[in-house]
Design a binder for this molecule. Structure first.
Ligand SMILES: Cc1ncc(COP(=O)(O)O)c(C=O)c1O
Length: 427
């Protein structure tokens, strides 16, 4: 996958663990009261927590270089990009005026294209001032969390989660609170979320359809969640926000219609990336939208923009913004993705795996036939099939398959999965 940033994060030469008060060494040059740790304690703590992911990615990056491997690890393209995507970039790289590449915040043409797409697909009309262009959902989530949270606030995320919720929450000094989904249905456990809400709860992150379970949360569940968030907001005397991570909202199977959590609860942020729909996560563009019925949206507009400034001009590049109308109309071949899902679910079930049928996203989450999913994943890697062990996403005993692999990779992997099932479970 070449997650270069992962290799950069490796801390072989420093401990990577969070220095505590007692162990922080003090510089003689700077004086006895100045901490000489080269990095912030916040970041040192994150490096420490993310070391398992970082070291897995190091091994994975090396394994993925081998010619002929079946790479089913992450949602990265394994085939050439969409021609429409390349054509749109070619069109818009050409300057049309002297300010073509001037500083850009939200390019109105991009905002209008986002609004038109959402109106057409969802029947909801967003105001121009409520659409904020971002560097994908990654930045969209970081901006929203920073805009609403103070140090000491709590943000609930649902487990199994996308890798970086914990880091984005902790990076602003807030506390990340993990709440498990229902282990049988992978649907939200609304009672468990309610039980996790405290007076410090500021937001709940909901990702539907979900990476990694592929579950699309039904309207009835989202309405129940909305009711408890309304009650909690009244009880706490301040808003508990819903942050709706809709990264995969256009990656749906079986002609399903998208149910956005933002339509159940007005105090929501819609966060989107084009990185999934186009399978171009290296060209960073997405957006945040404030629902038309959000009570505090005027105050929120200034807060989002100021946060984008202080996060280092967190707006996407001009060329990508000009291209949004074309990008919004393009999409990877969902029929091919669905065929791969069907093929893989059938093959794994036939081989004896316990696997569910995802309703969307790129991912399948089968149960590992060995209790130690790390060992099972290594066993597959030795046979040139690369997958993600569940322990990295709070799902030990499972492994994750990405269907963004090519058909040839899927064909190569299926007999390896079947053979692995017949192997004795190591003692
Ligand atoms: C659930 C989820 N949210 C957010 C993101 C971030 O998306 P992007 O890197 O396109 O901004 C990802 C990427 O894998 C994801 O899976």
């Amino acid at each position: 996958m070449r997650l270069e940033y992962m290799s950069i994060l490796r801390t072989d030469s420093c401990s990577g663990s969070a220095p505590d008060e007692a162990t922080i060494c003090r510089s003689h040059i700077l004086g006895p009261t100045v901490e000489s740790s080269p990095i912030s304690r916040e970041i040192a703590g994150l490096l420490d927590s993310y070391q398992p992911l970082v070291s897995f990615m190091g091994e994975y990056d090396r394994a993925a270089q081998k010619p002929g491997v079946a790479d089913l690890t992450v949602g990265n393209p394994q085939e050439m990009p969409l021609a429409q995507f390349v054509a749109a970039l070619r069109t818009w790289i050409e300057p049309r005026a002297k300010d073509h590449f001037a500083y850009k915040m939200n390019v109105p043409a991009a905002q209008r294209a986002v609004i038109a797409g959402l109106r057409e697909r969802r029947g909801v009309t967003y105001a121009l001032e409520d659409v904020f262009m971002t560097n994908g959902a990654f930045a969209g989530l970081a901006v929203v969390i920073r805009a609403v949270c103070d140090a000491g606030d709590e943000v609930i995320y649902l487990s199994p989660p996308w890798f970086f919720y914990d880091a984005l929450i902790r990076a602003v000094g807030a506390k990340a609170v993990s709440v498990k989904v229902d282990p049988r249905t992978f649907d939200l456990d609304v009672a468990a979320i309610e039980g996790a809400i405290t007076p410090r709860t500021r937001a709940v992150i909901v990702n539907s359809p979900n990476n990694p379970t592929g579950r699309l949360y039904p309207r009835a569940t989202l309405d129940r969640l909305a009711a408890i968030l309304e009650r909690a907001s009244v009880r706490n005397g301040r808003r508990v926000y819903l942050i709706s991570d809709e990264a995969y909202s256009r990656i749906l199977f079986d002609r399903r219609r998208y149910e956005s959590p933002t339509e159940s609860y007005p105090s929501s942020f819609l966060v989107y990336t084009f990185g999934k729909q186009l399978l171009t996560p290296g060209e960073r563009i997405g957006y945040i939208c404030l629902p038309p019925d959000m009570p505090e949206r005027e105050a929120m507009r200034g807060a989002i923009t100021m946060t984008q400034f202080v996060m280092g001009w967190a707006f996407p590049n001009a060329t990508l913004q000009y291209a949004v109308a074309e990008l919004d109309r393009a999409c990877i071949d969902l029929a091919a993705l669905q065929r791969r899902r069907d093929l893989m679910v059938a093959a794994l079930s036939d081989a004896g795996y316990r696997v569910h049928r995802p309703e969307g996203t790129f991912y399948l989450m089968p149960r590992s036939p060995w209790p130690d999913d790390a060992a099972f994943t290594r066993h597959l890697r030795e046979r040139d099939v690369l997958v993600l062990p569940g322990y990295l996403i709070e799902m030990p005993g499972y492994f994750r398959i990405s269907l963004t692999a090519s058909d040839a990779m899927i064909d190569k992997a299926i007999p390896v999965f079947a053979a692995a099932m017949r192997e004795p479970v190591p003692a």
